[in-house]
Design a protein around this ligand. Structure first.
Ligand code: HEC
Length: 151
């Protein structure tokens, strides 16, 4: 399981690179789902019962310390994947806006007062995501350089 998610993180990082072939970006968004819909369709698979220590839906003691980190920080970290939380929740067709609403919906149900992100908040989230991606790229470059000495 962990290995599969690590691989998913690796490939998702590449899929997010600006020069990667981004076929999906050329297609018009089919529909933009509400946070509740995103939760029901995707996030509930793990967050309803707390699979692999996912913070459970409605569990205030789990969500309060997460929410204290701040909406843009938590949303960005979850989007790029954290431990057993797969990047992009493992869904290629999920947009950052939809995902962010899904996070806000779960956080609200865990006692946080997070609105669905407006354009300003989405821009903050996107900047934070960019920072995480740069870190991952730097980490992968380090791993690649190490290959040269591993032979
Ligand atoms: C395959 C299972 C799985 C799915 C599907 C999933 N999550 Fe998670 N999620 C996890 C796990 C496991 C964690 C705990 C990660 C950790 O901190 O170790 C987590 C943690 C999180 C966190 C907290 C991150 C933090 O900073 O502590 C957020 C926010 C989150 N998920 C949002 C979502 C949203 C939104 C969706 C749906 C779009 C979703 N997740 C779908 C497994 C999942």
């Amino acid at each position: 399981m962990t290995i599969r998610f690590a691989a998913a993180t690796f490939w998702a990082t590449f899929a997010l690179l600006p020069d990667a072939p981004a076929l999906a970006q050329n297609e018009p968004p089919a529909r933009s789902r509400s946070g509740e819909t995103v939760y029901r369709e995707i996030c509930s698979a793990c967050h309803e019962k707390g699979v692999a220590h996912a913070p459970k839906f409605g569990d205030r003691s789990a969500w309060t310390p997460i929410a204290e980190e701040g909406q843009h920080v938590v949303t960005a970290e979850a989007w790029v994947g954290v431990r057993a939380m797969p990047p992009r929740a493992g869904q290629d067709d999920l947009t950052l806006a939809e995902f962010s609403r899904g996070v806000a919906y779960m956080a609200r149900n865990g006692g946080a007062d997070w609105p669905d992100p407006d354009a300003r908040m989405l821009a903050r989230i996107a900047r934070e995501v960019g920072r995480h991606i740069d870190e991952r790229i730097a980490e992968l470059r380090r791993m690649k350089r190490e290959l040269a000495t591993a032979r």
